[in-house]
Write a protein of this length. Structure first.
Length: 276
């Protein structure tokens, strides 16, 4: 893995797999952008989540939001979906090109009915639908996985989406929770997105794929709907050495010593590209 700090983000590579962190902050962070990610490989790209700050953060590194053609959304919290209304309306009225989203039928209904419909459905004389605003790639449900997992491709980028246990806070497993998923990227990298502490996810998927790196949600206190640094510290050393911590609060630097002593790989940095 190679790590670089770029002032300008690119949507193409020379063939390597690259992950660019638009931000690494939690939903309430003020000094950090939200934990949204651009995957690029060759001529293909995919945006993982599009929060309320995403468009401005991209603008600040020289990339207009309509440049992003492909989206995957992991769950319906504002720091992950808050920028989608802008994306869909820009496509409808400015570029006249629908962006593409990887999404299954069940989550499309949730995302449209509970979040996106309100600001867009009545934009014209007739009521608009999700399919008026988005082109869709339907992932296929995989067999033989320890939990519900979906798969799709954007050209040379393969993504597998295992369900996660994020919210509500009393869910006992991913089966009891609202829709949320992690993203396995080209069978090399696990990006957990937001999740509560769920050792079963890490252990079962790492056993299957032997990830090079795991980017993991890291809350700086225990409680609520995110894995905490104290909980993650209890993981086996073999897993911690692969974990790059992300989705953290503004005071993350106060925890650098704890993370180093615990044996984590490092902290994800916004504006940095991780190449494989």
């Amino acid at each position: 893995m190679k790590i670089s700090n770029r002032r300008r983000v690119k949507l193409t590579t020379k063939g390597e797999l690259s992950l660019y962190f638009i931000g690494t902050g939690s939903a309430f962070a003020k000094t950090l952008n939200q934990n949204n990610l651009i995957i690029a490989k060759g001529d293909d790209h995919l945006l993982i989540d599009c929060g309320t700050k995403c468009s401005q953060a991209l603008h600040n590194v020289g990339m207009p939001l309509p440049s992003i053609r492909n989206y995957l959304i992991t769950h319906s919290h504002a720091d992950h979906i808050g920028g989608l209304e802008e994306a869909q309306l820009l496509g409808r009225y400015v570029t006249q090109q629908k962006p593409t989203m990887i999404i299954n039928t069940a989550y499309e209904k949730i995302l449209w009915e509970q979040s996106l419909k309100g600001g867009s459905q009545k934009s014209e004389a007739r009521e608009l639908t999700f399919s008026d605003l988005w082109s869709v790639i339907r992932p296929k449900k995989l067999k033989g996985y320890p939990r519900e997992t979906w798969e799709a491709n954007i050209g040379s980028i393969n993504v597998k989406m295992p369900r996660t246990m994020h919210f509500p806070d009393n869910a006992r497993s991913w089966k009891d929770g609202a829709w949320s998923c992690a993203v396995i990227i080209n069978d090399k990298v696990l990006f957990t997105s937001d999740t509560r502490f769920d050792p079963g996810l890490l252990e079962s998927m790492d056993k299957k794929f032997d990830f090079e790196i795991i980017f993991h949600d890291c809350q700086l206190f225990t409680g609520g709907v995110h894995a905490s640094i104290d909980e993650l510290t209890t993981l086996p050393a073999s897993l911690k050495s692969k974990i790059i911590l992300m989705h953290y609060g503004d005071s993350w630097q106060n925890f650098r010593s704890q993370a180093r002593k615990a044996g984590f790989h490092s902290w994800a940095k916004e504006g940095h590209t991780y190449s494989f």
